[in-house]
Design a protein. Sequence first.
Length: 294
Amino acid sequence: MKKMKVCKAVFPAAGLGTRFLPATKAQPKEMLPLVDKPIIQYGVEEAMASGCNQILIITGRGKQAIEDHFDVSYELERMLEERGKTDLLNIVRSISDMIYVAYVRQKEALGLGHAVLMAREMVGHEAFAVLLADDVIDAKVPCLKQMVEVFNEKQCSVLATQVVEGEMISSYGVLDVKPVDSRFGDRLFEIKNMIEKPKLEEAPSNLAIIGRYILTPGIFDALAETPTGAGGELQLTDGMRLLLQKEKMYAYVYEGRRHDTGDKLGFLKATVEFALKREDLGEPFREYLKGLKL
Ligand code: G1P
């Protein structure tokens, strides 16, 4: 059988962003900047660096700024050109030149599983990636690329996972896994079961699902049969549990540092860390931080 490749990346971005009100009243949360780049662009760049050349963004009402961001901005480009601001012009152009982006609108925010199901027509019978833009992962080898390596070998769905200690585990999908022998060492597990946002005492392990998935197209049939779950929403985790009855699935402990930018504290931490790493800002920002009387 011909090997499947991962060329398409889906970004669910229809969520209302209530955790960031009032900033997200008239602006999509995906467009909040980490230093000077919108959160979603980090994810799109990761997908591209991992071999995906088609990006599908699932949007909703009030998300037009995302479409404008990845589109050509003629007025801005002309102005920068006239003023000879070539560096900025290149940055602006590189965003719209980046990739082929398509949009599907999710009319109602009915859950992550529902958002992924919206991608069915565009994805067709291919394996594809799902990236939750809130999870910004800083890694030497892009997180999704690490997972694509696993996928290329196993040809099965692969979920990113990391250890989350204590009560916080209840904010995640949680995995029950068994070790497998593979060249990926103790980073790769076979998934036995998974549960969305369990109570601490019901969590099958401390391995949380992180917002990077490679899924086989079987997920669409599974999601179509999945009943509404926690919070009255169609949960991706519930759909994947159904898929697990038909196909093997793997969990991969990626190498890298994840920032939960959907959380205010996580967002602030990410901002500081990314700013400190910048060539142009790192030094003066470090000096400034040192001078704060903490
Ligand atoms: C979603 C998923 C959850 C996953 C998490 C990762 O939850 O439902 O399984 O662990 O993303 O960030 P949310 O953060 O949207 O509540």
